[in-house]
Design a protein around this ligand. Structure first.
Ligand code: ADP
Ligand code: MG
Length: 234
């Protein structure tokens, strides 16, 4: 029994558990690959933020994830890093679909993927409203690995039925700014997409606000054989 151990060992036990509570200090400790670590160094990014330290390990381990952290806390790399790392071992078809509510956010996410994936030949396509449908159809036909889209426009492309692409090999779905995507104005497009997307995939939600619809997702029972999503609350 612990209390019967000599003081010396109890002391060691305490400092050991303290060491376990120490925040993770490096991307390497989170399981991020050397290739991705080097890409991060080239972006002058050396230490993970809290949301990255929390969400990268469960996402690399294949779990669904709900990440809640304020604006500017590095949520984009919290999903971009695991996507790029997993992509490098399965470079086939549209691997990841990232949904975001606005055009501006889509381009910001795309910029980060472009820098991070630069040395790894990762192709991304940005499919947002207010831009040329034909040019986007060509981009989709160019076998992108990652598609960053606003829901309305990607559904427009699916409905137009043109092109050689589909979403049948998507392994990773991200709802960025999930509080806004789960609001009533996006429900028709999202339910359409959820019908089409493969059920065998990872899903992650990132948000600065935990709304009741996100809490509902968090509480929903997982599909048989699946773990509950990992949840990080700020
Ligand atoms: P959020 O989506 O949480 O609002 P972003 O993902 O847009 O935040 O990140 C905000 C800024 O922080 C970006 O310019 C990004 O390059 C930078 N950033 C992300 N992660 C790190 C990090 N680990 N260290 C330093 N800067 C980072
Ligand atoms: Mg963001």
């Amino acid at each position: 029994r612990l209390e019967s151990l000599p003081q010396r060992f109890q002391g060691e036990k305490t400092s050991e558990s303290k060491a376990e509570l120490r925040p993770l200090a490096s991307f390497s400790e989170l399981g991020v690959s050397l290739a991705v670590q080097n890409a991060l160094k080239a972006m002058s990014i050396h230490t993970p933020t809290e949301i990255q330290a929390a969400c990268i390990p469960p996402l690399l381990a294949g779990r669904d994830c709900i990440g809640n952290a304020k604006t500017g806390s590095g949520k984009t790399l919290a999903f971009a890093i695991p996507i790029i790392q997993k992509l490098s071992i399965d470079p086939y078809g549209i691997f990841a679909l990232i949904l975001t509510p606005t055009r501006e956010l889509a381009f910001q996410i795309s910029d980060q993927f472009a820098i991070l994936g630069n040395s790894m030949n990762i192709r991304t396509a940005v499919i947002v409203g207010g831009m040329d449908m034909m040019a986007q159809a060509l981009e989709l036909g160019n076998r992108p690995h990652v598609v960053i889209a606003t829901p309305g426009r990607i559904v427009d492309h699916l409905n137009s039925g043109s092109g050689e692409w589909n979403l049948s090999r998507v392994k990773f779905l991200v709802l960025d700014e999930a509080d806004r995507l789960l609001s009533p104005s996006f429900v028709p497009e999202l339910s359409h997409l959820f019908k089409i997307l493969p059920k065998e995939r990872q899903t992650c939600l990132f948000t600065a606000t935990l709304t009741s619809s996100i809490e509902d997702v968090a509480k929903a029972p997982p599909r048989p054989g699946k773990q509950k999503p990992f949840i990080h609350r700020m």
